[in-house]
Design a protein around this ligand. Structure first.
Ligand SMILES: NC(=O)c1ccc[n+]([C@@H]2O[C@H](COP(=O)([O-])OP(=O)(O)OC[C@H]3O[C@@H](n4cnc5c(N)ncnc54)[C@H](O)[C@@H]3O)[C@@H](O)[C@H]2O)c1
Length: 266
């Protein structure tokens, strides 16, 4: 049964591929940075009987994101988008983290607004770490408008060269983009939401576990559910948020964190 087309960015990654398997009743557009990884993921999904097509794209490239939108338009009947593409602070370069996690998200939100239609839904990936950055007018303007000249330079002084801290700022920015676009998307009959995963055992989290074992242990100790998350924990929530059952949810964040934020933000 085809319930409409869903575009998944970062579709070859841990959470993206899990979302793809969970959204098996839809036609899927799998997009990611590497064509090989896209082709491999599409082949796996097709072998599992899922209707998937691939389109490699660097989401930091405005022309490529425009091309992705046109590719999605050509599939017809867009039900939604799951934007998981992102990098953690382990890339070590705050500018790269800003460009991929926040500027590219703003590009995706701008481009796909043209395809937002009645009953469609757009899920952006933030992180529980985005909640660790407090509201502050000194940087929130730049986080809300990351495509504006000077946006990176306005945020950079607050992260003091740390790509990990920049990661947290970009994820606050993703939540702000969602709130700021809720009315625009709502006027098209569409919803836009963020999900904030906690520690989910994908390649990204395994790398963090190797690099920061003490911090990860501390996080696990603060997790009421008492375990790390699995990709399916997030994918099932994404599936719900895309469905018409979530028709009154927009402009907000849903934490899928095993309860960690309840222990930090008291
Ligand atoms: N895994 C976790 O514990 C966790 C926790 C909180 C938030 N998140 C967020 O969830 C999302 C998915 O994380 P994941 O664990 O699946 O990571 P992952 O590294 O497995 O997947 C991310 C995907 O994004 C793609 N990507 C990176 N840069 C790109 C670019 N310029 N153009 C196109 N694609 C690009 C990568 O190729 C990769 O396939 C990320 O936004 C991440 O910040 C993950």
């Amino acid at each position: 049964m085809n319930k409409g087309t869903i575009v998944i960015t970062g579709g070859a990654g841990g959470l993206g591929a899990s979302c793809a398997r969970t959204l098996k009743d839809h036609k899927l557009v799998i997009t990611d940075y590497s064509k090989d990884a896209v082709d491999r993921t599409v082949a796996e999904l097709k072998a599992a009987g899922i209707d998937a097509v691939g389109h490699a794209c660097d989401i930091t490239d405005p022309k490529a994101v425009h091309g992705l939108k046109e590719f999605a338009r050509a599939q017809g009947n867009l039900k939604g988008l799951v934007h998981t593409a992102g990098v953690s602070g382990t890339v070590g370069d705050p500018k790269k983290v800003f460009d991929i996690n926040l500027k590219a998200t703003a590009l995706v939100v701008e481009e796909f607004h043209a395809l937002a239609g009645e009953g469609s839904a757009f899920v952006l990936f933030s992180s529980m770490m985005g909640h660790s950055v407090p509201p502050d007018p000194r940087y929130d303007g730049a986080l809300r408008d990351p495509l504006k000249d000077g946006a990176y330079e306005a945020v950079e002084p607050f992260v003091q060269g740390s790509a990990d801290t920049m990661y947290n700022f970009t994820k606050r920015g993703v939540m702000l983009l969602c709130k700021d676009n809720a009315m625009r998307y709502g006027k098209m009959g569409a919803r836009i939401v963020t999900v904030s995963p906690g520690v989910i055992m994908t390649a990204m989290a395994k790398k963090a576990l190797e690099e920061h074992p003490a911090v990860m242990k501390q996080t696990l100790d603060m997790t009421p559910i008492g375990r790390y998350g699995q990709p399916e924990d997030v994918a099932n929530v994404v599936k719900f948020l895309l469905s018409d059952q979530a028709g009154f949810i927009t402009g907000t964040d849903v934490a899928v964190d095993g309860g960690v934020l309840s222990q930090i933000l008291k």
